[in-house]
Structure formats: C-alpha cells, structure tokens
Design a protein around this ligand. Sequence first.
Ligand code: PLP
Length: 398
Amino acid sequence: MTTSEQWKELESKYYMFLVRRQPMVLERGEGARVWDVDGKEYLDFTSGWAVNNAGHCNEAVADAIAEQARTLVQTSNQFYTIPQLKLAEILVENSCLDKIFICNSGAEANEGAIKLAKKYGKKNKDGAYEIITALNSFHGRTMMNVSATGQPHYQELFEPIPTGFTHVPYNDLAAIKNATNDNTVAVMIEPVQGEGGVNIPSIEYLRGVREWCDDNNMLLIFDEVQTGLGRLGTLFGYESFGVEPDIMSLAKGLGGGVPIGAFLAKDSACAFDPGDHGSTFGGNPLTCAAAHASTKYLIDNNVAENSAKMGEYLGEGLKRLQADYEFITDVRGMGLIWAVEFDSELTPEVIPACNEAGILLNPMRPNAIRLMPVLTITKEEIDEALARLNEGLKNATS
Ligand SMILES: *Cc1c(COP(=O)(O)O)cnc(C)c1O
C-alpha cells in the first residue's frame, strides 16, 4: 500500500510547486467531513475552497453524475443537450437575471462577464471599455482577471498585463464616483470580498453603486463566484443586500464539486452576437447534470436558510472564543464564510494544531484564518468544530 509519505514524494517529484500544501493526503468525504489515507477524520471548514456547498459526496449529485456518465458526457455546443438547458432554467428562474452562458471555472466566468461588458460599451456607450474594480478583490488567475484583481502581488510578476481596469478602495462609493469617466462601462465587485479578507460592505454602498451605474449607463457586475449558491445565507449574495446586478458570475459552489462556471445577465446587458464567445467544454452534459442536481438540492432543502442560521450560530461561537483568547482581535463573517484575525502571525502555528485536533481551515493571511464549511452543516457539527478549534488554538499558543 502506498503511504502518505510516498504520495508526498510523488507530488514533489512531478507536480509544479505552486502551493504549500497542508500535510494530509485526503481520500474520502461525506457531508461536512473528510478522511485522510491514514483514516483520520476531519471536519472540513475549507470545503474545497467554498465549493462543496451541498456537502461532500452529496447523494443527489453523485447519482446525477453516475447516471449522466452512462448517458452522454460531452457533445459540443453545436447541439442542444438537456442537462445544460435544465441548469439554465433553474438558475435563471431562481435569480434576477434573464440569460446564461455556462463555462468551466470562476476565472472563465469573469472573463466572459468582462467581455460582455466591453461589448456592451462598444454597442451602447460610444466604445466605453474601462471597468472599475476594488482593491483587495479577487477575480481569478487568467491574465485578464489578474488585471481586474486589485492586489498588486498577483500582477507584478506577469507584466505587461491587460489594461482597462481602475482599482479603488472597497466599500467607498465616492471613490467609484471619482474614478468614473466617459470611458467607464462597468463596476465589477464581490458582494462580500472572500479571498481579500471576508470584507462585508454596507448595504448603502452596494445600493449607491447600483444607483450610480443606473444614472451613468454603466453595468454592475457582481462576481458571485464565492458568494453565490447559498454561501452568504441567501441563494445568491445580491439577495442579502437587495441589490440586483446586471451581470453575475458563478462557479465554486455551483457544481457540487465538479468544475463549472457561468455568467448570467439581464436582457438589457446581453450585448453578445453569435460567435462573440464560446467554449468547447462549457455547458457540457456531465458537469451540468452535477450542477443541476446540486442547485436543485440547495433549493429544495432550503440550504441557504440553513447557511444563514448556522452562520449566526458559528459566529456566536467564534465570538465566545474571541472573548477567551486575547490574541483574537477580530471575528467577522456572514452566512457560512467567517474570518478570525490574530494580533500577530499565528496562522502557521494555528493551522497544524487545528489539523491535529481534527478541523481543516483556510490559512487566509499570516495573521488570519478563514472558515467556510459545507452549507448543510448541523448545529452538532458546529459545536464539535468549535471544540476542536478551541483545542487547536489552546495547543498552538501554550
Ligand atoms: C475563486 C474565485 C475566483 C476564481 O475562480 P476559479 O474557479 O479558481 O477560476 C474568482 N472570483 C472569486 C470571488 C473567487 O472567490
């Protein structure tokens, strides 16, 4: 039998070194938990980077994948296929958007959204093409999204990078107004910044941006790759703020674990003509069947509501921990995405101690961790997670 150490040797021999992995080799998942090759069980508060919203190996998703795998896996978009249309229908009928294009990842969804906005500018705004995005945003790793992302460290090594983006502070309406000019065609923001630190804006900000876009014939693009599909406690993040975007990108939580992305738009923003955009795998029957099953599961079981309730419960527990540990300087979150910030660079000690205690966490910053469990998590599992977190924090700092 191959041991954990042998798998790690294979990784360092064959795989590009791009991420400092946590040391366990994960083999199996179920619901809120995963198991490593040594049989150790963990509560997974990373959930595939905010992906496994319907729980690890959700039965409905597994059945849909298995059935579709024996029916039809791939054709091209030259033809109609049923899972693609069922997914389109469920997403459009349950959102404020009118049309969809399905692709394969979050970065690709944002690329499509950006192309759509630029085409809109060509058609409807004298060729306006500039897009305002926020500092500390995260929009993905393709060159266009590296430019869109308002974090210089993602950009510097890859210059020259595509132009046409202006970055302004998040949650600052005046900054957007000041950065707007005749060439501005869109504002692209996350309803809550995820990777950038779990930053929650005010309702007034998002409503103000909506109004500003309306008044200036600009499109509002919400990057809901992380906030969509129940993460914030509503099926889509925009519902939590009562602010409708013109274009919305989705990925992460969409596919129940399989790689899929999409961007949706209001009819008024649908500036594409045939041939303007496309994808070989985008909308393929296998991934669409998984995404449809996962989305249907989330809707039929009110999983977003569970996310809101369990989020509140998790937040209360984290705030109790903050009261117990002086080094915890901030606890913030919404739905089931939370950040815990420390007064110094404790993450490298906290993560292994928590792993040992049986909880997986995302090392967001040297001084902050991010918690994003599956959205089907129960109260008992959160109690267990808080106990393990407590044990990890105690052991890391004693
Ligand atoms: C993860 C993420 C992306 C990129 O998605 P990929 O599927 O990794 O390309 C884009 N935007 C946001 C808000 C994200 O959290």
